[in-house]
Design a protein around this ligand. Structure first.
Ligand code: PDD
Length: 290
């Protein structure tokens, strides 16, 4: 398995960093996870733009122009055996004597690796997954895609302890997102999505789903969603680069939805899931760099 560390392509076992790297000491870094289908990165430009926003937010100068990032991602994809991959890209501030304030003029540490892309199983798509609702205990800059993910890891672990696939988070009575995905709900036929803010990660998949809703004239509102609306929703979905669009069919062990589709993925989710698959296929067929 080929990885990339500071300008060098090498086997992942050979990739090592100094212990004073601020990524190790402080979690002082940012990252992206880019899905690759049939060896073509999906929404790469959008991932690179979000990377730039995260770097700007924590004042790390971008060590490479976009063309170089495209080249590195392309080489990682070519250097690994899978047709569908998840490319993980991380930048930390670099190596320095431990001191909280950001030191200036460090050489950022750049790391890329790839793993096989594992989409939800057919069973998960058909039946949905279980989630629990937890208080969002993370910090107030969840819009930065930082590697400092301890809050997210604690929340996801509580979900796993409860036999659930995801923890859906509420703060001050409002839905934010989930431990590693964005959340949409459906109420009386209208899709509701919390607006982008410092409280959620601006998901690339979130944007794709909003585009799909617009293109297909599916009723939707981007507005704050209350915990009560989440708990009484007809449908709940999570979205992310690896989970795509996935129905949540139980919340805190209670079936989501009413009547016939209670505890089953709802019709709007099924439609958006199908449209998402078509969207992916269309983009993947388009000429490269279109
Ligand atoms: N997580 N919100 C959080 C907190 C996330 O960690 C993620 C993605 C998302 C969805 O973003 P996107 O659609 O761009 O994947 C929302 C990635 C996959 C991860 O950390 O592995």
């Amino acid at each position: 398995m080929t990885a990339f560390l500071n300008g060098e392509f090498l086997p992942i076992e050979k990739a090592t960093i100094p212990v004073l790297d601020r990524g190790f000491i402080f979690g002082d870094g940012v990252y992206e996870v880019i899905p690759v289908y049939s060896r073509r990165p999906f929404r790469l430009e959008e991932h690179l733009a979000r990377l730039q926003s995260s770097l700007d937010a924590i004042r790390i100068p971008n060590p490479h122009p976009a063309a170089k990032w495209r080249e590195f991602v392309g080489k990682i994809v070519a250097g690994n055996p899978w047709e569908d991959q998840n490319v993980y890209l991380q930048i930390t501030r670099g190596v320095a004597k431990r001191d909280h304030a950001f030191p200036k003029s460090l050489m950022p540490t750049v790391f890329l690796m790839a793993n096989p892309l594992v989409p939800p199983t057919a069973e998960q798509v058909k039946n949905g997954v279980a989630a629990i609702v937890l208080a969002d205990l993370r910090w107030l800059r969840c819009d930065i895609k930082t590697t400092a993910l301890l809050g997210n890891c604690m929340l996801r672990t509580l979900a796993a302890d409860a036999g659930c696939a995801e923890a859906i988070l509420v703060r001050d009575g409002m839905l934010t997102e989930a431990s590693a995905s964005n959340v949409f709900v459906v109420k009386d036929g209208t899709v509701l999505a919390p607006p982008k803010s410092h409280l959620i990660l601006p998901g690339i998949t979130y944007d794709v789903v909003i585009e799909i809703l617009r293109e297909n004239a599916i009723a939707h509102e981007i507005r704050p969603v209350t915990e009560a609306e989440l708990r009484s929703a007809d449908e709940v979905w999570i979205t992310s680069s690896s989970r795509e669009v996935l129905a949540v069919t139980t919340l805190d062990e209670k079936a989501v939805g009413r009547g016939e589709s209670a505890g089953r993925p709802g019709p709007v989710c099924a439609r958006v899931y199908a449209l998402y698959q078509q969207f992916k296929a269309r983009v993947m067929r388009a000429p490269a760099h279109a």
